[in-house]
Ligand binder design. Sequence first.
Ligand SMILES: Cc1cc2nc3c(=O)[nH]c(=O)nc-3n(C[C@H](O)[C@H](O)[C@H](O)COP(=O)(O)OP(=O)(O)OC[C@H]3O[C@@H](n4cnc5c(N)ncnc54)[C@H](O)[C@@H]3O)c2cc1C
Length: 391
Amino acid sequence: MTDSSTGWQNWSGSQRHAATVRYPRSVDDVQALVTRAVAAGRQVRAVGTGHSFVPFWTDDAIVSLDHFAGVHAVDLSRAEATIGAGTKLHDLGPLLWAQGLSLPQQGDIDRQSIAGAIGTGTHGTGKSLQSLSNLVRSMRLVTADGRLRELHHERDADLLAAACVAQGTCGIMLDVTLALAPAFNLHERTWECGYDECAERWVELVNTNRHFEFFWTPATDRCDMKVLNRTDAGPARLGESEYIAPAWEAFPSDRDIRFNEMEYSVPYADGWACFVALRERFLKDFPRLPWPIEFRTLAADDLPLSTAQGRDTITLSVHQGAERDWRPVFEAAEAIFRTFDGRPHWGKLHSLRAADVAALYPRFDDFRSARTTLDPSGVFLNDYLRRLLVG
Ligand SMILES: Cc1cc2nc3c(=O)[nH]c(=O)nc-3n(C[C@H](O)[C@H](O)[C@H](O)COP(=O)(O)OP(=O)(O)OC[C@H]3O[C@@H](n4cnc5c(N)ncnc54)[C@H](O)[C@@H]3O)c2cc1C
C-alpha cells in the first residue's frame, strides 16, 4: 500500500479534503483497510479521478484503485472483458481496441475511471443507448465485512443492479466484467444553428442518428449540434467539422476550462418542454451566461438508482465556471427540473434528500435493501450520502 498525504481535491475544486489518500496494491490491502475502518468506526470512500462535483468524500480515508488498472481478461466469443476498477477510460479505449472491442457508448470526456463512471451512471447520448453502468456483467468488490465478493448478473441480479449505480456505498470495486461491442469507427459531424432550426429538427436528429446532442448557449441564443454514427469507412478528416475515427477517439472532447455542473434527467416526452422552460428563464435572468445547456438522450433501464430507471430520458445539464458562485444559476434550473420529475445525475450538484429520492425512484427500497446487505455498518457512507440514501 502507498499513501499520499498532500491533501486531495476534485476536478472542479468544489471538494477538498486533508485526508491521506491510500493506494492499495493487493486485495489484502483493500480488505485490511476496510476491516480497520469498521473496527475504528471510521468512513472509507473510494475515489476514481474525482470528476464528480458532489461531496462524495471524507476526511477519514480516501481510497484510490489506481493500482487496479488494465484489461485482465477478454472473452471475444461474448465480447466481454474484465477490467481493473481504476482503469481510466482514456487508457481503456486503446486497450480494448487492440483486442477488437469498443465501449458501445461514452460520455463527453474520457478522464474518468471505469469504477467511478459506473458508480454514478455516467452516460453519453443516444435514444437506444443506456448508461455505462448497464454494461456490467459481474463485479468483484470488497464489502463492509471485509469479504471479497463476486456479484454476477445471473446469480446475484438484484445485488449487482444496486451495486452498479451505488456511488461507492456498496463496497470497493476491484474489477468489473463488461459487455462490449466489436470495435467500430464513428463519423462525427458538428455545426451551429439558431434556436428555431434546432427546435424544428431535434426529433428527426434524435431518430436518425446513433448519437445526437446539442449545446445551447444563453449568451448567443445559438445551438452547437453534434451527430455521431457508426461507419465501416476508415479514419479520415472529411472537412473542418467532420471526421471519422475509432470510437474511443471520437466520443470524448477536451474540457480544459474548469466548471461546476448540475444535470437532471426528465422523461423523454417532457424533455423539450423542460429545455424550453430553462431557456426562457435563462434568457430572462442569465442572458450573458457563456456556459451552455447540454441536451442528450438516454434509453430506459432497470437499475434501481439509474436516472433512466423505467423511463426513456432526456438529460439536461447546466454549467457555471469553477471560479463563479454556481448557486443562482443552478437553483433556478433545479426548480424547473423538479417540476418535470427530474432525477439528478449522482456525480453532479443537486439538493435532494432521501425523501425526494424515495418519491422519484420506484426501486429505491430495492437499492436500500441491497446496500444494507453489503454494508450494514455504513462504513461506505459519509454524511452527505447518509442524508441522500438513508434519511
Ligand atoms: C469535465 C467533465 C465532463 C463530464 N462528462 C460527463 C458525461 O458526458 N456524462 C456523464 O454522465 N457524466 C459526465 N461527467 C461526470 C462524471 O462522469 C462522473 O461524475 C463520474 O462518476 C466521474 O468518474 P471518476 O472516475 O472521476 O469518479 P469519482 O468522481 O472519483 O467517483 C465517483 C463515484 O464513484 C465511486 N467510486 C470510484 N471508484 C470506486 C471503486 N473502486 N469502488 C466503488 N466506488 C467507486 C466514488 O466513491 C464516487 O461515489 C463529467 C464530469 C466532468 C468533470
